[in-house]
Design a protein around this ligand. Structure first.
Ligand code: NI
Length: 156
């Protein structure tokens, strides 16, 4: 495994629509392994391939119990609403107020191409939505209500 550099939202790669993964080969497996190492090192909850400069529909999410690998993911069902602070490894040091569904279900392929579904609430649902947005070139700062102030963050 190897660490990859996390790009900031000033880079064009963060604003492009990513292409579907078609080959479930060693190159994809290495990308997923590297993304996992990079995410764990950065203490993040989720990471999308465009954040490491790869314009493919690949996301990983650390649920606290496991690292979910989502290849070609789509949001298939959502329920409820939550509003809260959201951050991004590509927007270091800042947090915004973002509305997301309270619960979300995604359908995706694993690293070998097998389809599966995963669901989560609260932080996991927020993370699914945030990371899938990355695959369409959307950074949370484009959908947030506003940035949180230092005072608000200290109160969290
Ligand atoms: Ni992000």
């Amino acid at each position: 495994m190897a660490m990859r550099k996390i790009l900031t939202d000033k880079e064009p790669a963060l604003h492009k629509v990513c292409k579907p993964v078609e080959k479930f080969d060693l190159k994809l497996h290495k990308l997923l392994d590297d993304m996992q190492e990079t995410l764990l090192d950065a203490n993040g909850v989720g990471l999308a391939a465009p954040q490491v400069g790869i314009l493919r529909r690949v996301v990983i999410v650390d649920t606290g119990e496991e690292i979910l690998e989502l290849v070609n993911p789509t949001l298939v069902e959502t329920d409820g609403e939550q509003e809260g602070p959201e951050g991004c490894l590509s927007v270091p040091g800042k947090y915004g107020l973002v509305k997301r569904p309270y619960w979300a279900k995604v359908r995706a392929q694993d690293r070998d191409g097998n389809w599966f579904e995963a669901e989560g609430e609260e932080l996991i649902a927020r993370c699914f939505c945030h990371e899938l947005d990355h695959l369409d070139g959307i950074v949370y700062t484009e959908v947030m209500e506003r940035f949180l102030t230092e005072e608000e963050l200290e109160g969290e």
